[in-house]
Design a protein around this ligand. Structure first.
Ligand code: UDP
Length: 315
């Protein structure tokens, strides 16, 4: 297939873009490099620098595209609370420009990076796709709105859309990995202590109602996540918008993640208990039964592999 990959210079976009090239697809990356890196664009992909608003139509109008894999987004929860208008404009506004460009150029197939943040604080665990969606921050609200637009575009314009709701993504694929200027995620922050870039890691809260008091999250290797995109591209069906959770169905506590990082790196990784981070639910675990049953997706890589691959990348 000839595919437009938006945000293909970012962490997940570059890994999945590389997997798509490897699988034999023709990939064109569109990224404005606001948070991505030009040298992260997967080898073998063509790179166009620009925003979706400015450039999506021009690229798609070249012709021959079979589909779009849409990663481009702003994704910092804290920043979204401070600057909601920026998130609505970039995430929803630019997605609308992309979808409009697709409609005008007759490209109907799309796989979209949605998020567990669309659910907000869960009422029960594991989270099912049919559970209520009540995002607790503008980041999650913008992603939920985009899911809503895709439902409409499937109904009204014949899009064949799949939204994948990521839980916690970690790991790397060779030279493609996580390299955010502002790093908020747990595993890269813990590994930064092992590389010497940080002195210690802060554990945000040890008084949650979990066994060791730290938050539990559902981690998925970015390569397993990428495999779900390959499967999703094959199941995009006109006039249909499907939504799938992407998690492993089980979780690890922050403390357990730090312990695995210590084992993998052999570094003592000093940790300090810090106050809770605003808006962090105690436990976030996905039910991935739907994508397993309907697309045959399987988790193949465990937490130790995620940490080992991320560690190789950041060294
Ligand atoms: N966390 C932490 N220290 C850090 C970064 C994250 O204790 O430096 C905790 C965070 O409070 C949450 C878990 O690690 O409980 C996962 O956070 P992350 O930002 O990686 O992903 P999120 O679940 O927020 O999407």
């Amino acid at each position: 297939m000839k595919l437009l990959v938006t945000g293909g210079a970012g962490y997940i976009g570059s890994v999945v873009g590389a997997q798509l090239v490897e699988a034999g697809h023709e990939v064109v990356v569109l990224d404005d490099l606001s948070t991505g890196h030009a040298d992260a664009v997967p080898e073998g992909a063509r790179f166009v620098q620009g925003s979706l608003r400015e450039a999506a139509y021009g690229v798609l109008a070249e012709g021959g595209f079979d589909g779009v894999v849409h990663f481009a987004a702003k994704s910092l929860v804290g920043e979204s609370v401070e600057q909601p208008a920026l998130y609505w404009d970039k995430n929803l506004g630019e997605s609308l420009a992309l979808f409009d460009a697709m409609r005008r150029t007759g490209v109907a197939k799309i796989v979209f990076s949605s998020t567990a943040a669309t659910y907000g604080e869960p009422e029960s665990t594991p989270i099912l796709e049919t559970d209520p969606t009540r995002p607790t921050n503008p980041y999650g609200a913008t992603k939920l709105a985009i899911d809503g637009v895709l439902t409409e575009y499937a109904r009204l314009h014949g899009f064949g859309a799949v939204s994948l709701r990521y839980f916690n993504v970690a790991g790397a694929l060779g030279p493609y990995g996580e390299r955010h200027t502002v790093e908020t995620h747990l595993i890269p922050n813990v590994l930064a202590v092992a590389t010497g870039a940080r002195e210690h890691v802060k554990l945000f809260g040890d008084d949650y109602p979990t066994e060791d008091g730290t938050c539990i999250r559902d981690y998925v290797h970015v390569v397993d996540l990428g495999n779900a995109h390959l499967l999703a591209l094959d199941c995009c069906t006109e006039h249909e918008h499907r939504i799938y959770n992407l998690g492993s169905g089980s979780g690890y506590s922050v403390q357990q993640v730090v312990d695995v990082c210590r084992q993998v790196t052999g570094h003592p990784i000093p940790a300090e208990i810090a106050p809770r981070r605003a808006g962090d639910p105690a436990v976030l675990i996905a039910s991935s039964e739907k994508i397993q049953a309907e697309l045959g997706w399987r988790v193949e890589r465990d937490l130790a592999t995620m940490v080992a691959d991320a560690w190789k990348f950041c060294q």
